[in-house]
Design a protein around this ligand. Sequence first.
Ligand SMILES: NC(=O)c1ccc[n+]([C@@H]2O[C@H](COP(=O)([O-])OP(=O)(O)OC[C@H]3O[C@@H](n4cnc5c(N)ncnc54)[C@H](OP(=O)(O)O)[C@@H]3O)[C@@H](O)[C@H]2O)c1
Length: 256
Amino acid sequence: MTTIGFIGVGELALYTIKGLRRGGYSGAVLLSPRNREKADYLQQQFGCSVQANNQAVVDNSDFVFIATRPESCLDALAELEFKPGQVLISVVAGIEIEQLRTVLPAELEIVRAMPVSSAEAGSSPTLIYPEHDFVRQLFDYCGNAIIVDDEACFSQGSILACVYCWYFSLFQALIDATGGVKLPTGLSAELVMGMARGAAELALASKDVPPGDIAEAIATDGTFSKLGLDLLKNESAFEPWREACRLLQERLAESG
Ligand SMILES: NC(=O)c1ccc[n+]([C@@H]2O[C@H](COP(=O)([O-])OP(=O)(O)OC[C@H]3O[C@@H](n4cnc5c(N)ncnc54)[C@H](OP(=O)(O)O)[C@@H]3O)[C@@H](O)[C@H]2O)c1
């Protein structure tokens, strides 16, 4: 049976492992010991095994996740010795394969992946580069793997792992704007998230129709939807979202 290991047991390791287990993944999962509280919790609740040190994780794993913050990643990897046939899965944002290679053996297979925290709810759309059968299967346990065959495409796509976070703030703003005395906050929240899921599901099911066209088809003359959409457009409400994406694109280009 294949063994996977994590170097770096923080938020990403936590939600990814929860997602894997809840999705039915039963293989061995080894953990680095730093951040002992989280590692112990995962060992007790999610059938993982905390190792004595990072090298022990590598020695006993077939697939090794590097899941430290970007600034610690190269130093952590430089201290490790890999065996032939192992695969490194890097979930580190903004560090390209060429940079990882500077501290790793030339023959080590490297796959990048970008799971988000909805993995723990079984619904992370996880970008993967390049294609790797086992890595794809792994991320299908906690959502759906999306394979790309170009690293520039992976980097551009990983901006959306941050947009994912911004959605929560948008949800909160909409809950605050609509919830209150007449509509209890709990119901408002259920509707805000339910409408977002409904819109996403319709857009995903209508692959040939751009989402902008779906909006225009709903917001016809005289509708309340058009009243609000026109105000958002007049206020250039979507422009800061584009700017935020451009900012991330610039930062990723600088770090890559
Ligand atoms: N969180 C997300 O939503 C998300 C989404 C996509 C991608 N990512 C990527 O995932 C990576 C991890 O993010 P995170 O949110 O999980 O960060 P985090 O919560 O800060 O976890 C990183 C963990 O790595 C540990 N660490 C640092 N150096 C280490 C070393 N040499 N050996 C073993 N462990 C070490 C840290 O310990 P200390 O706290 O003691 O330093 C910390 O427990 C980042 O590179 C990020 O770009 C995160």
